[in-house]
Design a protein around this ligand. Structure first.
Ligand code: R5P
Length: 288
């Protein structure tokens, strides 16, 4: 059985069909004071998958806590979480004394609720292994990069793939698949919406560029990189992000910077969705 929430109905139906699971909705009621009540199907099979993509994650973590405990009480013995976008992964160290290391805390919390966690391209810059972030016996990260080369082949002629920072190297290198030239920039983050991006040495004059990152949140990382690339004389810039979080005016800012196409995977529902991760997740469920 695949349990899901009303705001992920479409994705849930697709995943259920691909993974041969019965989709069932978790009903949500909000009390006047803001508290939540969840209602699950009253009888559950031994193996249950819960789908929850964790953008705007705070309330969803409470939902997962209520849903997982209730599912166990209703008969689930093996509980798997599919989180196409797994939030709270970027704060993976205390950058300043006293800061909570959210990745570790949220990862342990999810591992305490679920027997297995599957996520798409989780942000593991300094952590390396997904199992170190979510210390579950079965933490499985699936990658969108192998889908990118065939996707780009039909859309861009001999592009240079560029990542905006060192963290993006893993995705850009894998997406290039030995077929395309690639490089990365260096980023300095001074604040939530204040980043500086230094371009690499590669001569990109007259080239078509595809800018690739895992997450677009405020979009400032991409916008700053786009400005630099225009100054460097590129001919065209398209953008792919795995997780199109795009808060506030992020998408407008990116369009205003003059990019061509903006593509994303559907880990977060967004008008830019162009690549489905459903087959990857269905395959991961089969493997587990
Ligand atoms: C961080 O290192 C990520 O890979 C992204 O580059 C970052 O989260 C993007 O954030 P924003 O869109 O707010 O610049």
């Amino acid at each position: 059985m695949l349990l899901h929430f009303d705001d992920e109905e479409r994705f849930a139906q697709q995943l259920a069909a691909a993974a041969n699971l019965a989709p069932r909705r978790i009903a949500r009621h909000r009390f006047p004071d803001g508290e939540l009540k969840l209602t699950l199907p009253p009888a559950l099979p031994p193996r249950v998958v819960v789908l929850r993509s964790l953008h705007q994650p705070n309330e969803k973590l409470v939902e997962l806590m209520l849903a997982a405990h209730t599912a166990r009480e209703l008969g689930a013995r093996e509980l798997l979480l599919v989180a196409p976008y797994l939030g709270y992964m970027r704060q993976d160290i205390a950058f300043n004394p006293g800061e909570a290391v959210s990745q570790r805390i949220v990862g342990r919390f999810l591992a305490s609720l679920f027997d297995a966690v599957i996520a798409v391209d989780p942000h593991l810059h300094r952590t390396g292994e997904f199992g170190a972030a979510v210390p579950s016996a079965r933490a499985l990260a699936v990658a969108t990069a192998p889908l990118l080369a065939p996707f780009l082949e039909r859309r861009v002629d001999d592009p240079v793939l560029i990542g905006p920072d060192e963290e993006a190297e893993q995705w850009v290198r894998a997406a290039a698949a030995g077929r395309y030239a690639w490089t990365i920039c260096r980023k300095t983050r001074n604040g939530d919406r204040d980043v500086e991006v230094a371009l690499p040495q590669m001569d990109v004059r007259g080239r078509d560029v595809v800018l690739i990152d895992d997450i677009a949140s405020t979009g400032r990382t991409l916008v700053q990189t786009v400005h630099g690339l225009w100054d460097a004389g590129v001919a065209n810039i398209d953008v792919f992000v795995t997780h199109p979080v795009f808060v506030g005016d992020a998408l407008d800012q990116l369009r205003a910077a003059g990019v061509g196409s903006i593509w994303s995977s559907d880990t977060v529902p967004h008008p830019t969705n162009a690549i489905s991760v459903v087959p990857l997740l269905a395959e991961a469920l089969r493997r587990l």
